[in-house]
Design a protein around this ligand. Sequence first.
Ligand code: FPP
Length: 251
Amino acid sequence: MGNSKNALKSPEKISRPALATVPRHVGIIMDGNGRWAKAKKLPRTMGHRQGAENLRHILEAAVDFGIEILTIYAFSTENWNRPKSEVKGLMNLFHYYFDRELDELAKNGVQLRHVGHMAGMSLSLQKKIRKAVEQTKNNNRLILNVAFNYGGRSEIVHAVQAIIKAGIPPEQVTESLFSRYLYTGGQPDPDLIIRTSGELRTSNFLPWQAAYAEYYITPVYWPDFNEAELYKALLEFNRRKRRFGGLNSDE
Ligand code: FPP
């Protein structure tokens, strides 16, 4: 991001027609790292590495397009069930990413937030995440929610537990109060959810928050999902007629 020497240059900026509407909050299910690697006869870990590299470009593009909040699905509560070697490779990658990218992200105005459970992660990773959140808390160019050790259903269960613990009477439990108890509390709901690599499912990603999100699914594997692909998703979002269960004035 930005113009520091460490920042990778994104592919030449191509001028594209301006978008009438830019979604404030975009969620991304970064799928297809494994298949990307397999297609190139590389180990799966290489796919994850390339996926992490790609994230830098997409963050830069998101800022350029004027997206305010990006929520990325980095590791789900179900991903612990993958082979030990893959989980270990992913954890190493997250450590490496925080070590290498944090200062750069902070310098470029990115506010990092963790969306998910701390418990279950190694103490060293918990420490890194806390440090990253603290170091970037006053930044306001882009909020990057990293969904890590995240599962939507368990997020809802946690919210229910917290509401009960807080002694809130049932009649005061409204949708807006409930939303505040989620990991994304205080943020607007995602307008657009992008899923790469073609699977037609939501995989326990933001089930409450994405109730009225538009979904965009592309066959492109995450490591190949570049700025031009993001622009295509935003163009498609502009074609959608959002009705939130009602009717638009021309219908
Ligand atoms: C899904 O691909 C991807 C993941 C489980 C991990 C996502 C992680 C990254 C992109 C790394 C970068 C993230 C950070 C925060 C540094 P898959 O393995 O399910 O692919 P497949 O469906 O083709 O097997």
